[in-house]
Design a binder for this molecule. Structure first.
Ligand SMILES: [Zn+2]
Length: 444
C-alpha cells in the first residue's frame, strides 16, 4: 500500500478535488472516452520525457523518434521496456531537468523481487494517489472525514518509546493507528479496547495482519467489532483469510493492487470485481499465455500518466495479471476494465516465538543502503537467517543499521544470523526470481 494520509496532502485541495470529481464521473464513461483521456495524458508525459529527461531524450534520438511519434497507446511499442535495472543504473538521467516544478521527493521499494529500488515521486502523482484511493474507498461508502483504523508499523518503530505501543490516535486525520508488529494472542485485548473506544468505520491493513487480528479476536471471544469495509493491499488475500476477516468484522474486504512506482492501480469493488484504473496509468500485457480456464495470463507493463519529475514509460512491473477473454462486465456497472487477478505479491510472513506473524519484514532493508539482493530464511521459529548480496555502497554502517532494525522489528526472542552470499546462492522460485522470504515453518 503506497498511500499515506498526511497533512501536507491537503495542501493542494483544489487539484485533488478537481481530479476526484473527474474520477467520480470517469468510472462510468464509455471505454473510448477513457482511452482518449489516456492518450491525452500520454502525449503530455511523452513531451515531458523528451524535452526534459536525458534518459528518454537519448532513447528517442537513438530511435529517431520525436514526441509526435507517440500519439496513442499503440505507439508505445516504438519504445523499449524500462527495467528495474535501467532505473537503478540511470537514476540521475531519469530525473527531469525541471523536476523542481513538480516538488519531487525520494521513494523506494523492495518490491516482491528482493532488490531495493530508489526513484522519485512528485506532487502530481501524490494528488493522483489521493484521488484514486478516495474513489476506491467511496465505493464502500467512505466520506472524507470518516474515522478509520490503519494497521501499520512505521509510525511505531520510528521511536524507541512507541515501538511496543499497540495504538495511537491522530484526531486531525480521524485515524486510529494500530501497530501491525504487536498483534499477538496475549495483546489482542488491547487492540479490542482501542477499537471499541474509537469505533472506526473502516479499517485498512495488509491481509495477513487483518487475518491475525480477526483470528485472535475470535479466539479470545472479543466479539462485536464491526466495520463498514476492510481495505487490503500489498499482498494477495488468501480466500480462507478473506472468509475469516469478512465474517469476524461483518463487512466486505475490498482489495487493491498498486505500487510506489505509480504506473498501475487495480481495485476491487463491492461486487468482488477487480477493476483496472485506466485514468491512473496504462497497462500493457506481454508474453500472454492461455490458461485451462479460458483466461489469459501475462506480464504487466505499466506507463505512468501523472508522474512528471521522473516519468516511467513501459515499466516492467514484474508481476503477472490474469484477464478474462469473454469481454465480461462487472455487475456494478462501472466501465473500468475487469481483470481476474494480479499475481506476484508474495505472502512474506515471519513467525516469532511469541506468536506474532510479521509480514513484509523486507521493509527493514530500506534502512541499510547498498544491498543488492536480500533473502530472509526461516528454518524454525527460533532462528532467522538474513542473507545479503552486497553492493558497492554496502558499509559497516549498513550492517549496523540492519542489525538494529531487524531487532526492532523482531524483538529479542529470536536468534538472527546475517550471512553474506553471492547472487548464485540465492534461493529462487520456479520462474528464476529470487524469493525475498523463504519460510520452512508453518505460519498457520
Ligand atoms: Zn465492479
Amino acid at each position: 500500500m503506497s498511500v499515506d494520509f498526511r497533512v501536507r496532502d491537503f495542501a493542494y485541495p483544489t487539484r485533488i478535488l478537481r481530479l476526484r470529481r473527474f474520477f467520480e464521473r470517469s468510472q462510468w464513461l464509455p471505454l473510448e472516452e477513457l482511452v482518449s483521456y489516456q492518450n491525452k495524458r500520454l502525449r503530455e508525459v511523452v513531451r515531458q520525457a523528451y524535452w526534459h529527461v536525458p534518459y528518454y531524450r537519448r532513447i528517442f534520438d537513438s530511435r529517431r523518434l520525436k514526441p509526435e511519434d507517440i500519439r496513442d497507446i499503440r505507439d508505445l511499442e516504438k519504445l523499449p521496456f524500462l527495467r528495474r535495472e535501467d532505473v537503478r543504473t540511470n537514476l540521475s538521467d531519469l530525473r527531469a531537468d525541471n523536476a523542481a516544478l513538480f516538488r519531487p521527493g525520494p521513494a523506494s521499494t523492495s518490491g516482491t523481487t528482493g532488490t531495493p529500488l530508489q526513484f522519485l515521486v512528485d506532487k502530481p502523482s501524490n494528488i493522483l494517489e489521493f484521488a484514486y484511493y478516495w474513489r476506491h474507498w467511496s465505493w464502500a461508502g467512505y466520506r472524507l472525514g470518516d474515522r478509520f483504523a490503519d494497521v501499520r508499523y512505521d509510525y511505531f518503530v520510528r521511536r524507541a518509546d512507541t515501538t511496543d505501543d499497540v495504538w495511537a490516535y491522530q484526531p486531525h486525520l480521524r485515524r486510529l493507528l494500530l501497530n501491525s508488529m504487536r498483534i499477538a494472542p496475549d495483546r489482542i485485548a488491547e487492540y479490542a479496547k482501542a477499537l471499541r473506544k474509537f469505533r472506526p468505520r473502516f479499517i485498512r491493513a495488509r491481509p495477513v495482519s487483518l487475518y491475525c487480528l480477526a483470528l485472535f479476536l475470535r479466539e479470545r471471544k472479543l466479539n462485536g467489532i464491526q466495520f463498514q469495509a476492510a481495505f487490503t493491499g500489498g499482498e494477495t488475500v488468501l480466500p480462507q483469510h478473506r472468509q475469516i476477516i469478512e465474517s469476524t468484522f461483518g463487512c466486505r474486504v475490498l482489495d487493491s493492487y498498486g505500487h510506489m512506482e505509480r504506473c498501475i492501480a487495480v481495485s476491487q469493488c463491492p461486487h468482488g470485481g477487480y477493476h483496472v484504473n485506466p485514468e491512473y496509468g496504462i497497462i500493457e500485457v506481454v508474453d500472454t499465455k492461455s490458461t485451462p480456464e479460458g483466461t489469459m495470463v501475462g506480464r504487466l507493463i505499466g506507463t505512468s500518466l501523472h508522474k512528471m519529475a521522473m516519468p516511467f514509460l513501459r515499466y516492467e512491473v514484474d508481476d503477472l495479471i490474469e484477464m478474462y477473454t469473454d469481454g465480461r462486465r462487472c455487475p456494478c456497472g462501472r466501465t473500468l476494465p475487469l481483470v481476474k487477478a494480479v499475481y506476484g505479491r508474495k505472502r512474506d510472513v515471519i513467525l516469532t516465538p511469541d506468536g506474532r506473524r510479521i509480514p513484509s519484514l523486507f521493509n527493514v532493508f530500506h534502512y541499510a543502503p547498498g544491498i543488492r539482493f536480500f533473502q530472509i530464511v526461516q528454518e524454525d521459529v527460533s532462528r532467522l537467517v538474513v542473507r545479503i548480496v552486497r553492493g558497492k555502497d554496502y558499509t559497516f554502517h549498513s550492517e549496523e543499521s540492519l542489525n538494529f532494525w531487524l531487532r526492532r522489528f523482531i524483538g529479542d526472542g529470536m536468534k538472527i544470523d546475517v550471512e553474506y552470499i553471492s547472487e548464485n546462492d540465492l534461493v529462487r522460485d520456479h520462474t528464476g526470481r529470487p524469493q525475498p522470504v523463504v519460510s520452512r515453518v508453518s505460519i498457520w
